[in-house]
Ligand binder design. Structure first.
Ligand code: CAA
Length: 393
């Protein structure tokens, strides 16, 4: 639906598509097999001026919106879901700075992320605190003139490649989630150590790490926004803005798998005709294409709502994430089915789409958490509009 996109949107989309076709697709299987990061792809993204596009112009970025970000992620993910998230996770890591950092912090960190010189990751989850993010245990206790961070972080996507991390820890453990603060921590800070790399099912090109903090001293200048206690809200607002990016990754994966399925079923013959000409298969393809388009439009809508500056974006962002990622799982699984036995083999590109899709239902908030967010919003809205409900009897 190019007609519905602006000139700027199309420009980002087309440049990302070119990078995906020229640089990502030829490397996708190898990066999946070896688990290597596509540093050459990062160079291509720099050359095509696609790194950090979401960062405001005054901090070295392009001031592009979440919709532009989603269009780039979608195109990259059509070729490789791992490369898609390797790109998108820098938005997740830098949104906390864009939302709440002091001017000094923005000037110090955003330009190098915008240029792609530095990569950033988001460190919220811990071993015992995943969906219940407010129960995190890492501490950052003030001692003399600095904060001393202790604790471990889990599921840090981009952990091995990043050199800057948005980290959440308790500055006042007695206040629970209201005692959480955000910090910007640089690789190389004494006491900060990269932990084990996870052996993941999909998105294998980007590393997922544990992070360890042992008496890691950071200056007060690293306290996000220079204010204690705002960390949980900052993390939630960040996730609201980043979830459409995961949803766009899912749309890209689903679209990519659909395209492979169309190609395969139009070439393979069984019972004397192409597999695609069997009505049962056409119906499957029709459903897959319809689901992908529906997901795409919901993701674009969520992104547009965020770009409009609307305050309450958590419901629409969660809806986009749930719908697009469940769609990606369904469509990529159906695509494997359409390849038959070949779909189950690594000789063909299709099984990777299904493996890459699975994590989209889990990270940046499981789809159960997204439904919780949507349900809570509905309950709030119901209370607000109770007066209008007399007519529903
Ligand atoms: N925006 C602003 N504020 C928000 C908010 C939002 N979206 N959501 C909650 N808050 C505020 C509330 O208003 C409340 O503030 P007050 O006390 O001042 O009223 C406070 O935060 C607590 O809110 P809740 O009571 O709703 O909190 P909760 O404990 O019930 O949890 C939750 C809510 C939605 C379940 C939340 O914990 C959540 O989103 N969990 C999932 C976490 C997640 O997505 N983790 C993924 C991390 S990233 C990752 O996956 C790794 C990676 O590298 C990609």
């Amino acid at each position: 639906m190019r007609e519905l996109l602006s000139k700027q949107n199309l420009d980002y989309m087309d440049r990302a598509r070119e990078v995906a076709e020229k640089f990502v697709r030829p490397r996708a299987a190898e990066l999946d097999r070896t688990g290597e990061y596509g540093w050459d792809i990062l160079e291509a993204l720099k050359k095509y001026e696609l790194t950090g596009i979401w960062i405001p112009k005054e901090y070295g970025g392009q001031g592009a919106g979440v919709l532009d970000l989603c269009l780039v992620v979608e195109q990259l993910s059509r070729a490789c879901g791992g490369v898609g998230v390797a790109y998108a996770v820098n938005a997740l890591g830098s949104f906390p700075i864009m939302l709440n950092a002091t001017e000094e912090q923005k000037v110090k960190y955003l330009p190098s992320i915008a240029s792609g010189e530095k990569l950033i990751a988001f460190a919220l989850s811990e071993k015992a605190s995943g969906s219940d993010a407010g129960s995190l245990r890492a501490t950052a206790i003030k001692d003399g003139g600095s904060y001393v961070i202790n604790g471990d972080k889990k599921w840090n996507t981009n952990g091995g490649e990043a050199t800057v991390y948005s980290v959440y820890a308790l500055t006042d453990p007695s206040r629970g989630m209201r005692g959480i603060s955000g910090f910007i921590v640089e690789r190389g800070t004494p006491g900060f150590k990269l932990g084990k790399r996870e052996d993941t099912m999909g998105i294998r090109t980007v590393s997922v790490h544990e992070l360890h903090f042992e008496n890691c001293r950071v200056a007060p200048s690293q306290l996000l926004g220079g204010k204690e206690g705002d960390g949980f809200k900052n993390a939630m607002m960040t996730l609201d803005r980043a979830r459409p990016g995961v949803a766009a990754q899912a749309v890209g994966l689903a679209q990519g798998a659909l395209e492979w399925a169309l190609r395969y079923t139009s070439e393979r013959k069984q019972f004397g005709q192409t597999v695609m000409s069997h009505q049962a298969i056409q119906f499957m393809l029709a459903d897959m294409a319809t689901q992908v388009e529906a997901a795409r439009q919901l993701v674009y809508t969520a992104a547009r709502v965020i770009d409009s500056g609307a305050k309450n974006v958590n419901k629409i962002a969660a809806m986009a994430k749930v719908f697009a990622t469940d769609t990606a799982m369904k469509v990529t699984t159906d695509a494997v089915q359409l390849f038959g036995g070949y779909g189950f083999c690594r000789d063909y590109p299709i099984e990777k789409y299904m493996r890459d899709a699975k994590i989209t239902q889990i990270y940046e908030g499981t789809n159960q958490v997204q439904r919780l967010v949507i349900g809570r919003s509905l309950t709030r809205e119901l209370k607000e509009y109770t007066g209008h409900l007399d007519c529903i009897v």
